[in-house]
Design a protein around this ligand. Sequence first.
Ligand SMILES: C[S@@+](CC[C@H](N)C(=O)[O-])C[C@H]1O[C@@H](n2cnc3c(N)ncnc32)[C@H](O)[C@@H]1O
Length: 254
Amino acid sequence: MRKLFVIGIGAGDPDQVTVQALKAMRQVDVFFLIGKGAEKQELTDVRAAILAEHVQQPHTIVEITDPPRDRTVPARHADAAYQGAVADWHEARAELLERAFAETDGVGGILVWGDPSLYDSTLRIVERVLERGNLRFDYDVIPGITSIQALAAAHRTVLHEIGEPLHITTGRRLRDEGLADGQSTLVMLDGECSFTQLPGDDVYIWWGAYLGMPDEVVIEGPLRVVENRITRRRAALREAKGWIMDIYLLRRSL
Ligand SMILES: C[S@@+](CC[C@H](N)C(=O)[O-])C[C@H]1O[C@@H](n2cnc3c(N)ncnc32)[C@H](O)[C@@H]1O
């Protein structure tokens, strides 16, 4: 039976690639690089650089461009229309991966940004390909360093108070649901600086952009003191590069 590896490669620093990931990569004959959005070229380049540095065996690289997603449907997760749009998009991506895998031979590998378990649809797509029933293969998941760990390390901090939980969410949900008292909240996928909409002057923020990459920037401090600095810096970086990836931790003091 054919084999596929879904390999977490860390959040941008090629040195975050684990020994386990390297061992998996060295068994792969064909790598599928799935790209999307404005950031796709640089993220694809990071993956290609990782392969160039670590993979010596003959291999093929197949770039798969993500099909466009219907963004006209508002992102309300309980909504059937939204779920339908996401399901259609996953189906279209499954078709592309299925075709690319069927047209090639040998062991396959998909390099996933950070870790595949966090805000990444690769595993859902792979499951979808298997459900479609046209291809039979076995697959393994290799964990990677997530941007969450990269943020904690860059700030040399623990993500939560002693024995307390950590809440992981998106910018949109932070805007909708706010911040619980005393809870440590990690926010990803926020294109709108949602932290600026939080009330109160008792919130602390640890923010990071392009973590592990040459342009890495980190800012921390009381939210009301540093929020303008973050939004200005974020806008300038985004303007200069054409895309940005940032993540932050928030905590309201008790
Ligand atoms: C589609 S999610 C993928 C997350 C990834 N699977 C992980 O484990 O980190 C993309 C989000 O992750 C965060 N992110 C990923 N890499 C990052 C980096 N190098 N610096 C800052 N944020 C990053 C950002 O919040 C971005 O919007």
